[in-house]
Design a binder for this molecule. Structure first.
Ligand code: ZN
Length: 82
C-alpha cells in the first residue's frame, strides 16, 4: 500500500517536472508577433527569415495537438512558437 503511494508520488513529481520543463521550454520561445517585433528587418509579407543564418525556409515542428515550433530548415535554430 505504502509502496504504491510512494510510486504514485514519485510519478507525479517526475511527471510534473517533465511537463513543467516542457512548458517552460515552450513558453521561453517568442511568439510569431514577438519575433516580428524583435527582428522587424527579417519579416516581410507575413514571412520571417532566420535571425541566425538569414535562411527563409522554415519548417514546422509539431509538439502536440496545439503547439508547434517553427525551425530554420538551414541551420536548425528554433525561431518562434505557435
Ligand atoms: Zn537559420
Amino acid at each position: 500500500m505504502l509502496d504504491g503511494l510512494v510510486f504514485v508520488a514519485l510519478f507525479v513529481i517526475f511527471g510534473g517536472g517533465t511537463l513543467l520543463a516542457y512548458w517552460l521550454a515552450y513558453a521561453s520561445l517568442p511568439t510569431f508577433d514577438e519575433y516580428r517585433r524583435r527582428y522587424p528587418d527579417l519579416c516581410k509579407n507575413g514571412r520571417c527569415r532566420c535571425h541566425s543564418c538569414g535562411g527563409d525556409r522554415v519548417f514546422l515542428h509539431t509538439l502536440d495537438a496545439f503547439h508547434r515550433r517553427h525551425v530554420c530548415a538551414t541551420c536548425g535554430t528554433v525561431l518562434y512558437r505557435s
